[in-house]
Design a protein. Structure first.
Length: 78
């Protein structure tokens, strides 16, 4: 597989109509599961583009540049 980089631009309303609505939904869903968000915690709402199902063999990496230590995560889809 050839490595690739994709850039996608979408209007921010693809996240439940407004990114703030997504954050509210997440906070309420976590609260219902007995998990409270704490002041200062960072939320990653996923994406500002419409979801696309990954194909088997896809690896997706993300780096949060600007956060302390520039944390990164990688997910492999088998």
């Amino acid at each position: 597989m050839v490595p690739s980089h994709h850039t996608v631009e979408e209007a921010c309303d693809v996240l439940l109509g407004n990114p703030a609505a997504s954050a509210l939904w997440l906070a309420q869903t976590l609260r219902n599961a007995g998990i409270e968000l704490k002041p200062g915690e960072v939320l990653s709402l996923g994406s500002f583009n419409a979801p696309v199902p990954p194909e088997a063999g896809t690896t997706i990496s993300v780096k949060f540049i600007g956060l302390p230590c520039d944390p990164a995560a990688t997910v492999n889809f088998d």
